[in-house]
Design a protein around this ligand. Structure first.
Ligand SMILES: Cc1ncc(C[n+]2csc(CCOP(=O)(O)OP(=O)(O)O)c2C)c(N)n1
Ligand code: SF4
Ligand SMILES: [Mg+2]
Length: 351
């Protein structure tokens, strides 16, 4: 129903956030995805996260590749910057944009086909270089847009809608992100908005390479018995390591009465991640332990969700390259091209 335009008028009494926007201001066009597609729930969670964080929409750049998942940036943050790249190339285009302007908040949206097959190398290098971004993979285990072929994240032994068995080993993007050095690694489920919104908020505010894998069932091609990415399977096998609250410096920090161990992780910008650990021994700041925990539970067929790892003081590509603090489009000609003498001195330093 691409021809349906959303009404532009808002009810005057809609609640506004601290920067004067209603939740509606963070929406995009009417979605054209199948009714019940998990990807639409992720769009709703992104809208909620940005509204609650008081992010000004023009400060966000949303980039994606190709697929149903990569179409979704059209359905949220309609007033933000956007770039729909070619298949699997979102990370490199985003890296370039980020190097040219580090003042924007970068949100990369991709699919399991887009990131675990054609874009696997791009995904890997964005993580290992510490590109400052929130990288969200809407993971349904199939190529939804091209009619449901198994993707590289489909579990070995899982069945397609037509009954074919997937014989190949899966690519585990969460495990790879942990091994490659991502400094914020989480997994959510599109059917659990309460868990997903704080995970996305944490990723947006992280300040380094933040990866969020979201299991997002494809109702058209991968929501049947025998699939490990269906709503029923994930609900039955969801093994959450923690519940997180995301607290910005201006929020009142109330004492929690929740049961279980509470870990508070202060972040570089003054925000506080409060994790209510559902496993007494789980330490979200121990990369190797996170990997071990995940592999142990996944061997039992469980889907581990929650904030799996966070480095509260991330080193990102800007700090390792010493990039220009100002957006390049605000520099004048002499600053961008300081002349032959400066070039000569630079060359001399490299000899
Ligand atoms: C270079 C290139 N190769 C192949 C395709 C065909 N193609 C379009 S979308 C897609 C896969 C999308 O899968 P995924 O990223 O998982 O997104 P989903 O639709 O499942 O959300 C493929 C192979 C393409 N568009 N471009
Ligand atoms: S084909 Fe699957 S992934 Fe694509 S919109 Fe439909 S349900 Fe969503
Ligand atoms: Mg997919």
């Amino acid at each position: 129903m691409t021809w349906i335009a959303k009404p532009e008028l808002h009810h005057p009494a809609l609640k506004k956030n601290r920067v004067g926007y209603t939740r509606r201001d963070y929406e995009g066009k009417v979605s054209t995805l199948c009714a019940g597609c998990g990807h639409d729930s992720i769009s709703a969670a992104i809208i909620q996260a940005c509204w609650e964080l008081d992010i000004e929409p023009h400060r966000v750049a949303k980039l994606s590749g190709i697929g149903c998942s990569s179409k979704t940036p059209d359905y949220f943050l309609g007033a933000s910057h956007g770039f729909n790249t070619v298949h699997g190339r979102m990370p490199s285009v985003l890296t370039g944009a980020s190097l040219a302007n580090r003042e924007l908040l970068y949100l990369g949206v991709s699919g399991d086909g887009d990131s675990a097959s054609i874009g696997l190398g791009q995904f890997a290098h964005a993580m290992r270089r510490g590109v400052r971004m929130a990288y969200i993979v809407e993971n349904n285990g199939v190529y939804g847009l091209t009619k449901g072929q198994f993707s590289a994240t489909a579990d070995q032994g899982s069945r397609s809608k037509k009954g074919a068995i997937n014989r190949d080993s899966p690519v585990d993007l969460v495990g790879m992100a942990l091994q490659l050095g991502a400094t914020y690694v989480a997994r959510g489920f599109s059917g659990d908005k309460e868990q997903l919104v704080p995970l996305i908020k944490g990723a947006l505010e992280h300040g380094g390479a933040a990866f969020v894998d979201v299991i997002s069932p494809c109702v058209a091609f991968n929501n049947h018995a025998g699939s490990t990415k269906s709503y029923d399977y994930v609900r039955e096998h969801n093994e959450a390591v923690s519940r997180i609250d995301f607290i910005t410096p201006r929020d009142e920090i109330r004492a929690t009465a929740e049961p279980g161990r509470v870990v508070e992780v202060p972040l570089h910008d003054g925000t506080l991640l409060r994790l209510r650990s559902l496993h007494p021994d789980y330490d979200p700041t121990d990369r190797r332990a996170a990997l071990h925990h995940m592999q142990e539970h996944e061997a039992k067929g469980e889907v581990v969700t929650g904030l799996l790892f966070v480095d509260p003081q991330p080193v990102d590509l800007h700090s390792s390259l010493g990039t220009c603090a100002r957006p390049l489009n605000t520099l004048d000609a002499p600053q961008l091209c300081p002349g032959p003498q400066a070039l000569g001195e630079l060359n001399a330093r490299l000899r």
